[in-house]
Design a binder for this molecule. Structure first.
Ligand code: IMP
Ligand code: MG
Length: 190
């Protein structure tokens, strides 16, 4: 039987790529005092690492979105604390899958009269895109495997893993959501 879980990006490779993204963003935003807007909860580890590799000062804020069903109706579950009017906003996402969430977020931000919007996503699941949505910065392009760790969850679990894992057989997680725990947690450096 093939391994049901595979470590696909190790911590050092994640951190190296995050550094490259930070350098590219620094070049574009040197004098713009941007707000890094994390989409809760998945963006938190990535955002924390990304902003600490930037050279320029930035502000940080968060919002949470709720998606209803497969048709992709999206509403704001938790709004920002900072007024975004006339600000340069860098949306920080863990993964862009169908693109429905990000498309809705763009519409919300347009209504807020922001100065500009760009998106940085750690992962781009390009083969699953339903709506085309602009992506200015992407860490890795990935296939359609279900990924876990470094922000990404299964039923709320695994977000604090330092590396990225693929679940190759989802029936195993559906039967036992903790199936990946023994392979990861408790092992120093994971
Ligand atoms: P979408 O682009 O609107 O389809 O939604 C993207 C969201 O779906 C992400 O922010 C994740 O919360 C979730 N998601 C998509 N693919 C994965 C995955 O492989 N692992 C964990 N969450 C995922
Ligand atoms: Mg998410």
């Amino acid at each position: 039987m093939p391994e049901p879980f595979l470590e696909v990006v190790v911590e050092a490779d994640l951190q190296r790529r995050v550094g490259e993204l930070a350098a590219a963003i620094d070049e574009e935003y040197a004098d713009k005092e941007p707000i890094f807007l994390g989409v809760l909860q998945g963006s938190v580890p990535f955002l924390a690492d990304l902003v600490r590799q930037l050279r320029a000062p930035v502000e940080i804020d968060f919002l949470a979105l709720t998606r209803f069903g497969e048709e992709g109706r999206v509403s704001i579950a938790l709004d920002t604390a900072i007024d975004l009017t006339d600000r340069h906003v860098v949306v920080v996402e863990d993964i862009i899958d169908t693109g429905l969430t990000l498309t809705a977020l763009h519409r919300f931000l347009e209504m807020r009269d922001v100065a500009s919007v760009a998106t940085v996503t750690l992962l781009d699941k390009a083969p699953r895109r339903i709506v085309d949505v602009p992506l200015e910065y992407r860490g890795f392009e990935v296939g359609d495997e279900f990924l876990l760790g470094y922000g990404l969850d299964w039923e709320g679990r695994y977000r604090n893993l330092r590396s990225l894992w693929a679940a190759l057989d989802l029936t195993i997680l559906k039967e036992d959501p903790d199936a990946l725990v023994p392979l990861t947690y408790g092992r120093l450096g994971v």
